[in-house]
Design a protein around this ligand. Structure first.
Ligand SMILES: *Cc1c(COP(=O)(O)O)cnc(C)c1O
Length: 385
């Protein structure tokens, strides 16, 4: 992966920067799309995981649509050449401006998360003389057994429409002439590693769909969202998520309605392992019972460890020395600016290159300029030796 020629190319670059392994990205996409084809499924890439131009280009060329969660993501998806009929728009708090942007762009579908949102889309679409396709994002009350900040399908979470609201929703839809219900949508969380959770989701989806079809709804689409996890502990061995098992499990457990399309919204599982945050060691400092390896990358470049306590595999690219323990930290004035606690690394010296793995998803997109730091630059493997 980090061949000598690549490592020497790094030495002329200013750190920290994001590095993307494009051949791994393409391999990942090839496997993912071959699974889609096998079962006749469709997918929209969740832009929020990584919205870099080269990444979006790869997703588009792989035939994926775009899953957006803001008006600006819709604008970017359109500008990047995604076909409007392959763009979907979710989110609990869509503003009027964002809804109008999406209506003007004639996107495929709004994934609606509340009753007042449906009313507002109906009003705005009416004002433009349009009829908007909507799916209902359902909160199926399933615990995805992932980090509490990225669980989105439990009754206490802010996302989606709960089954006890269905009667009111159905009554509202009968009065709304400018929205057309085309399906149900689910997204129960992210970094889901126990795929049995998706079996529960399939079973629940049948019951929930039945409520609507019994009323006479024609649900053309069932959308199971994203959420498949990746291996943060051993990313070099498991560089591609187990799409085969995931889709086989869905295929075994999901019985789509007759003629119904099955949609997915992968984010993390498509891009996480292809991205690395590369930094240099600024200082090695003695602490109480531990050494600090102080990097020139900080939580502003990759916030997941500080935000979720996430653990990323770390590699010292410059050393094969004896293994020693370090707290790997950044330069930001926050004690949570720490990438790893008491991790074993080959002896670290000033100037060593450190790669933080699995940084392709929810890494660069969450970059901040806190402490007035520069945003990390971007390099792609096919631009370097
Ligand atoms: C974030 C998000 C996704 C993507 O989730 P991953 O865990 O990255 O696969 C899909 N759909 C919606 C609605 C989202 O908010």
């Amino acid at each position: 992966m980090f061949r000598p020629a690549l490592r020497s190319a790094f030495s002329s670059l200013e750190t920290p920067f994001y590095f993307y392994n494009m051949s791994l990205l393409h391999k990942t996409l090839d496997l993912y799309t071959s699974c889609l084809k096998k079962y006749g499924y469709h997918a929209h890439y969740a832009l929020k995981a990584n919205a870099n131009d080269r990444i979006l280009e790869a997703m588009k060329l792989a035939g994926l649509g775009a899953d957006c969660v803001s008006g600006n993501e819709v604008v970017l998806a359109l500008k990047s050449g995604f076909s409007p009929n392959k763009i979907v728009f979710a989110g609990v708090g869509k503003s009027d401006k964002e809804i109008q942007t999406a209506l003007e762009g004639s996107i495929f579908c709004f994934n609606c998360e509340s009753i007042p949102e449906i009313e507002r889309i109906n009003e705005l679409a009416g004002g433009m003389g349009k009829v908007a396709n909507i799916s209902l994002r359902i909160n199926p009350d399933i615990d995805a057994h992932t980090h509490k900040y990225i669980s989105t399908g439990r009754a206490q979470d802010k996302f989606g429409i709960s089954p006890w609201m269905f009667g009111e929703v159905w009554e509202l839809l009968s009065r709304c002439l400018h929205v057309s219900l085309i399906g149900l949508h689910f997204h129960i969380g992210s970094q889901i590693t126990d795929i049995q959770v998706f079996k529960t989701l399939c079973v629940r989806a049948h019951t929930l769909q039945k409520w609507f079809t019994d009323k006479g709804a024609h649900l053309q689409v069932v959308n199971l969202g994203g959420g498949l996890g990746v291996d943060y502990q051993d990313p070099l061995t498991h560089s591609i998520a187990d799409f085969d098992s995931y889709f086989a499990l869905i295929h075994q457990n999901l019985k789509p309605l007759s003629g119904q399309q099955v949609h997915f919204e992968p984010g993390r599982s498509l891009v996480a392992q292809s991205g690395f945050l590369i930094s240099r060691v600024l200082y090695v400092k003695k602490g109480k019972g531990i050494k600090f390896a102080i990097l020139d990358a900080g939580m502003n470049d990759l916030i997941r460890p500080a935000l979720y306590g996430a653990r990323h595999h770390i590699i010292n690219l410059s050393s094969a020395g004896r293994m020693m323990r370090y707290d790997v930290v950044g330069p930001i004035c926050e004690s949570s600016d720490r990438f790893a606690k008491s991790v074993l690394l080959p002896e670290v010296k000033r100037g060593d290159f450190i790669a933080i793995c699995s940084a392709g998803a929810y890494g660069q997109v969450m970059g901040l300029q806190y402490n007035l730091r520069d945003l990390a630059k971007t390099y792609y493997s096919d631009q370097l030796p």
